[in-house]
Design a binder for this molecule. Sequence first.
Ligand code: NAG
Ligand code: NAG
Ligand code: NAG
Ligand code: NAG
Length: 277
Amino acid sequence: MASIGQVIFWGMIILIFLVGGLIILIFCIAFTRTQTAFVESRDASPVGNIGDDVMLDCSFHTSGAGGEPANAVSVTWEKAGLSGVVFRYRDRAAQLEDQNPQFRDRAKIFPSVVATGNVSLLLRNVGPRDAGVYRCSVTAPSGRGSDSVNLRVAAYSSPRFTLLEKSLSAEAQRWYPKPNVTWTDHVGHALNASSHFFNNSAGIFRIVTTLLDPVRNDDTYTCVVCNNLVSSVSQATVTERGVMARTYFTFNLAPTLMPLHLAFTTPLHLWAYCLLT
Ligand SMILES: *[C@@H]1O[C@H](CO)[C@@H](O)[C@H](O)[C@H]1NC(C)=O
Ligand SMILES: *[C@@H]1O[C@H](CO)[C@@H](O)[C@H](O)[C@H]1NC(C)=O
Ligand SMILES: *[C@@H]1O[C@H](CO)[C@@H](O)[C@H](O)[C@H]1NC(C)=O
Ligand SMILES: *[C@@H]1O[C@H](CO)[C@@H](O)[C@H](O)[C@H]1NC(C)=O
């Protein structure tokens, strides 16, 4: 017959195993909850500038430090509403038999970094019809999954400032969709300006805008050109020798992309204007 001591001893052992098991279970649940998706885009809503290249970000979690064997990774990029693929990579090669003709010779991934989990797509010479939702799907030894990237397409360029007889003008060559133009003085009061928009055959707008009142030396004037996707804020200082201007671009609906220095130097009321309209 077991002594009281033995019963307590074995009772403690069982209790320790039960509590230990419970703790491990809790850790497992917490871990699977916080574990990030296998495939992920860190920039889910980029804005492409018409005529430029744009990177659609996508990566997957590799197992171990050595990465994945690249020949065992297959990647498919597709676009919602389009037949065929945008790009497919399998067995260390592009597989483009069923590539949609819209992307012929314009899409690529970077084979040298696939093993490290980078399966971002470079799309060259972006045009308005490239806008839409893309899906990046990955199959690898360590897992499979997909994520989507919503590409928005715009055209944007910095305005150039000219001063003629105390009259300040700005001209920006390429904007799409058609933007709004506003001017403010150094304390943020709205100024009257006359703005003209000229569209070319591709629907891209050239903008010419002129302040109606004469400007003063050593004053700074702010010109904001913005549409629903892109905002450009230019600060132009009038000096004896001409106009000194600097321009910042920011992209709406993607606030995490805004560099910190921009968040601090961009007058907030101008941001409010663009985000609200
Ligand atoms: C993926 O690789 C490309 C080409 O080397 C690079 O331009 C891009 O920044 C990389 N993306 C990430 C998230 O590292
Ligand atoms: C802008 O022009 C309108 C009329 O053209 C005028 O009534 C208004 O006072 C002007 N505003 C400023 C800020 O100069
Ligand atoms: C350019 O603007 C005119 C009207 O000003 C419009 O009729 C025409 O459709 C526009 N062209 C493009 C390509 O948007
Ligand atoms: C431009 O301004 C008009 C009127 O102020 C507003 O209705 C419109 O939404 C604005 N558009 C953009 C893109 O900010």
